[in-house]
Ligand binder design. Structure first.
Ligand code: FAD
Ligand code: DLZ
Ligand code: SF4
Length: 516
């Protein structure tokens, strides 16, 4: 037998199951294909990241002694689809089986499963670079009415021993969120990111991305994502030394000028395989033991990875493919045009989208409470919003993007991801950020020409979705406030929101034009 070992763009780890116990005659295959760059309109940084990191990884594999076939974007015979490219090379090299680890997206998993009995059969292997497999999650979920992160996370802590003192959680509590909600402060200084050197391989990859996909969001002038394991380790160490200690406290803060604050920006490196979630959590735990970072920061950080990251992946694989078509609140609106160009006078949205255009990054609270919250309040349909998040962020892969967008932001999954929608008015953004002082609107008014649009949209959302939400015990208080409003006030708010929505420009945006 002579296997072809297919390594996908987000499987850049030497520990990958596909590569274990490879026979001497195995052919490792990596493919740059236009289909993967265009199925949603990816940000140019994301495309540059995949091309550069894949090219570097193929070199690392050759150094390890693997026989590597690399399909480059410009190869004349490139078929530009992952499935057909693997099969073409298998035939060319005389391979009789194709091995691949579980991909990051259902559409590929399904296409691969359909080839299990093909002339050259595909063999699908589990991707064990996570703390849990989809089967582990399904077993945990079996028979439970609610799939709450908190319970999943505690089990993960016990199972891995991370931040455990015997049977007890380190610091005496499982959760230190209470200490982690501080708003932005003027005096804060945020760490600068390390600047990564661009060698000839990286420069070549970025030039190819530019040449083929210059119509995509962003420019490559400030590209600074880690594209090798070595660079990713530099970022990891830098975060542990300069970011982690303050991570917890300012986890929910939003800044008008700083894109990263004390966030790690390690998601892209972890998601494509340059760093393992285990080593990232262990590094954070070590900082706690050495007294370099407090428990609220370390616990908060580890919960994001050991808890949320594993949880959303489990949910994705357990609930797909039906999950993707869920739309519990029946939303139908197209994506507002400014999500593509930041052209809005709402300062918080302008900054979140502009930072996204500049860096292919926005931190969690921008994604959830600014662009996400706005889309929720306006009723943007899940497929339009999901395609945007999947395209614009360098760390986006459907297994992690979809539950966050469809479940956490849009509450489209009937409350699996969150017991209540993360809806908020301008008051929340005003409390957590320094945006409003730069905005032409005021968060203190609900109606009138200067009123922050989030305010009327918030009440309008609650009113419109009352049938589905007003029985929710966690929404009782807020529906109580709504019901105490006078009819005139409610009518004025409704009119304010509806006239805002009527003038909200939706455009086919970049997404559609790119496909034509
Ligand atoms: P930090 O704040 O430093 O957090 C540390 C790590 O925890 C992250 O690197 C990430 O691996 C993990 N993490 C944190 N929050 C989550 C979460 N909610 N779900 C899963 N992992 C989490 N994350 C992605 O990796 N890819 C995506 O495509 C993605 N899409 C998102 C879409 C929406 C609408 C929302 C609300 C969140 C999304 N997230 C996604 C989660 C989160 O916003 C990012 O992981 C985080 O902003 C990445 O930046 P960071 O590495 O600086 O994270
Ligand atoms: C996102 C992306 C891009 C832009 N390009 C490629 C590519 O050329 N080759 C590849 O194997 N993967 C690419 N990817 C990632 C894929 O879209 C997909 O998410 C993963 O391969 C699934 O594991
Ligand atoms: Fe955003 Fe409203 Fe504040 Fe303007 S006033 S920055 S729109 S929350």
């Amino acid at each position: 037998s002579k296997p072809l070992l297919l390594v996908l763009g987000d499987q850049l780890s030497l520990s990958l199951t596909t590569l274990q116990d490879a026979p001497d005659n195995a052919v490792v295959v990596m493919c740059e294909v236009a289909e993967e760059a265009r199925y949603v309109p990816h940000h140019i940084h994301k495309i540059g990241l995949f091309l550069a990191a894949m090219r570097h990884f193929s070199q690392a594999l050759r150094k390890k002694g693997f026989h590597v076939h690399y399909s480059a974007l410009d190869d004349a015979d490139n078929t530009h689809s992952l499935i057909s490219e693997a099969e073409r090379i298998a035939e060319q090299c005389g391979c009789d089986e194709i091995h691949v680890a579980r991909p990051g997206e259902w559409r590929l998993w399904e296409a691969m499963q359909q080839r299990e009995n093909a002339t050259i059969p595909w063999r699908l292997l589990e991707d064990d670079r996570f703390f849990t497999t989809p089967d582990d999650f399904a077993n945990w979920a079996k028979g439970r009415k609610q799939l709450r992160l908190e319970y999943f996370y505690r089990e993960q802590r016990k199972r891995t021993g991370l931040l455990m003192e015997g049977d007890e959680p380190a610091g005496g509590k499982w959760n230190f969120d209470h200490d982690n909600r501080q708003p932005i402060k003027a005096a804060l200084e945020f760490p600068e990111l390390p600047q990564h050197h661009q060698d000839e391989v990286t420069k070549g990859a970025l030039a190819d991305a530019e040449c083929h996909f210059s119509d995509h969001m962003g420019t490559l002038a400030n590209f600074n994502l880690p594209v090798t394991r070595k660079q990713a380790l530099v970022d990891l160490k830098h975060f542990m030394q300069h970011g982690l200690a303050q991570f917890g406290r300012y986890q929910d803060a939003i800044s008008d000028s700083a894109p990263y604050l004390y966030h790690s920006r390690l998601s892209a490196a972890m998601n494509i395989g340059l760093l393992s979630p285990h080593e990232v959590c262990e590094a954070a735990e070590q900082c706690y033991h050495e007294g370099d970072a407090p428990i609220n920061a370390v616990e908060g950080f580890i919960r994001q990875i050991l808890g949320w990251r594993e949880y959303v992946r489990g949910l994705y694989w357990t609930k797909m493919p039906r999950y993707k078509s869920a739309n519990q609140l029946g939303f139908t609106r197209e994506l507002p045009a400014f999500y593509w160009d930041a052209d809005t006078d709402m300062r918080c949205l302008n900054r979140a989208v502009q930072m996204t255009i500049d860096n292919s990054y926005a931190h969690h609270i921008q994604r959830l409470m600014v662009t996400g919250n706005f889309a929720l309040l306006c009723g943007v349909k899940p497929e339009a919003l999901c395609d945007w998040y999947l395209g614009v962020y360098a760390d986006a892969s459907e297994w992690v993007e979809l539950p966050n967008t469809l479940g956490m932001v849009l509450h489209a999954d009937g409350g699996l991801m969150g017991s209540k929608p993360y809806c908020a008015s301008g008051k929340y953004i005003d409390k957590m950020s320094d945006h409003c002082q730069h905005c032409r609107y005021t968060p203190k008014q609900i109606t009138g020409p200067n009123a922050c649009p989030f305010n009327s949209l918030y009440w309008h959302f609650l009113e419109n979705n009352a049938e589905q939400l007003n029985k929710n015990p966690r929404m009782k208080l807020i529906y109580g406030s709504l019901s105490r409003m006078s009819d005139e006030k409610r009518e004025a708010i409704r009119q304010q929101a509806e006239s805002f929505l009527a003038q909200l420009e939706v455009s086919p945006g970049y997404g559609q034009t790119c496909h034509t």
